[in-house]
Structure formats: structure tokens, C-alpha cells
Ligand binder design. Structure first.
Ligand code: GLP
Length: 241
């Protein structure tokens, strides 16, 4: 794993956006894996700037999001479908048909998991996956204990993850108890991975990632099994290093 520590959240976001732009402008078509949460919001803002100011086109880009809450309709204000529309997709020229997010409101979740895996495969696989990290080391919604060989699956969210994400909901009780997420093995199939880590509240997780061996009680440590991972961290997240 390569580690790049930059001064600020802003720098982390701009650097990541530049790296994405380089890849989408030098490839005929590009498949990008996207994450939700607060961490990548700045990257999405910078990508919108790149589109508006510098005319960067997303017509050749397909996206696959990591996860979605179970039970939320795509138009629900807390769904990740809605998050992605509001933070990125509605401001850039990406084709709607090229946007993929697992559906959390189907009648057959198992079928949706298999379907999601098959469309990632049919696209030729993810060229670059953007990841954030949970305080407990989760990536996507792969909570501690998740098998490293897991593919897209349904998870029960831990209380700590529900509490961490409660800030987006009106009341903590509204946070769904389950989600559909790309599995660890699905994530590791990506050709390249950027793990973004920002803020003091992630300092411990980053320190743990860099100092412990692969351990399925700390899902992000699975990234040590991948040959092309870059951690981009801001100085607040790097305080314990
Ligand atoms: C959520 C998402 C993850 C994200 C993590 C960290 O649970 N499912 O993909 O990486 O939380 O979120 P944040 O960036 O808001 O700290």
C-alpha cells in the first residue's frame, strides 16, 4: 500500500479528483467505483468543478457504487441513490444508463446481489475504486468479521456504524439496520484502489491499518492483499503515524 499524506481535506479531495480526471481523459472508457459518506464529498465537488470549469466530460465513464441501505427507496432522501444524485451525478454529463448502485428496495435481495456482481463483471470490472473507511475499519458496509472472500451481500449494520451514520437521519432509530454492499472480494477485484482517510476521528483506524496484519475483524486490512492501493490521508488523520 502506498501512503500519501497531504495537508488538508481540500488538498486530499483535489488531488484525488485530479487523479480520477487523468484516468478518465486518457482512457477510451473508464469504470469508476464510488463511495458515499462525508469523506468523498470534496472529491465529488472537485469533479463537478473539473466538469464546469475545465470541460471534463464524463460521457465515457461508468460508475458502480459500493452500497445502499436496505428498505430505502431510491428517491428516499437518505438513500445513497439520492446522495449520489445530489453530490455528483446531477451536475455532470454522465449517462444515466452508466450509473449503477445496488438497489435496497427489491423484493429479492439475493437476486439483486447476484445481479450486481454480474453487471460489474459484464462492464469489464472496476478500474479504480474509491473507498472511505469506517472507524471500526469497515469498507463499503463490510463490517468486522466479514469474510475476505465475500461478494455482494446483505449485511446487518453494527450499532457503531448506525450511530456514526445517524447524523444524516432525523432520528437515530431511522437508520436502517441492514444494507447491501459489494463484498471484500468484489472490492479487491478492482484494478486500482484509493482509500481516502480524513480527520482526527479516523486517526486510530489509519494507524491500525498500517500497523496490523490482515485480520477480518478489521476489514480494511484486506487491502494489504491488493497490489495497487494508494491511501490518501489528510494531516489530521495522520496524527498517530
Ligand atoms: C459509510 C459508508 C462507507 C464509508 C463510511 C465512512 O458507512 N457505507 O462506504 O466509507 O461510512 O463514512 P464517512 O466518510 O462519512 O466517515
Amino acid at each position: 500500500m502506498k501512503l500519501r499524506v497531504v495537508e488538508s481535506y481540500d488538498e486530499m479531495s483535489k488531488l484525488t479528483a485530479k487523479e480520477i480526471v487523468t484516468r478518465i481523459t486518457t482512457n477510451h472508457s473508464f469504470t469508476l467505483g464510488l463511495a458515499t459518506g462525508s469523506t468523498p464529498e470534496g472529491v465529488y465537488k472537485s469533479l463537478i468543478e473539473e466538469h464546469k470549469r475545465n470541460g471534463i466530460s464524463f460521457e465515457n465513464v461508468s460508475t458502480f457504487n459500493l452500497d445502499e441501505y436496505i428498505g430505502l427507496d431510491p428517491i428516499h432522501k437518505n438513500s445513497y441513490h439520492c446522495f449520489m444524485q445530489q453530490k455528483l451525478f446531477s451536475y455532470i454529463n454522465i449517462f444515466k444508463s452508466n450509473i449503477h448502485i445496488p438497489k435496497g428496495n427489491t423484493s429479492n435481495h439475493q437476486e439483486e446481489c447476484l445481479h450486481y456482481e454480474s453487471i460489474i463483471k459484464a462492464s469489464g470490472g472496476i478500474a479504480l475504486q474509491i473507498l472511505g473507511i469506517g472507524k471500526n475499519g469497515h469498507i463499503g458496509f463490510n463490517e468486522p468479521g466479514t469474510d475476505f472472500s465475500s461478494r455482494t451481500h446483505i449485511v446487518n449494520l453494527t450499532e457503531s456504524t448506525r450511530a456514526a451514520n445517524a447524523r444524516f437521519f432525523s432520528t437515530p432509530e431511522e437508520v436502517p439496520t441492514q444494507a447491501i454492499t459489494m463484498g471484500i472480494s468484489s472490492i479487491l477485484d478492482s484494478k486500482e484502489i484509493f482509500l481516502l482517510v480524513s480527520g482526527h476521528q479516523k486517526a486510530e483506524a489509519l494507524h491500525k491499518l498500517l500497523t496490523t496484519d490482515c485480520d477480518n475483524m478489521f476489514p480494511a486490512s484486506s487491502l494489504k492483499n491488493h497490489s495497487n492501493v494508494t491511501i490518501i490521508a489528510d494531516s489530521d488523520a495522520a496524527t498517530l503515524l
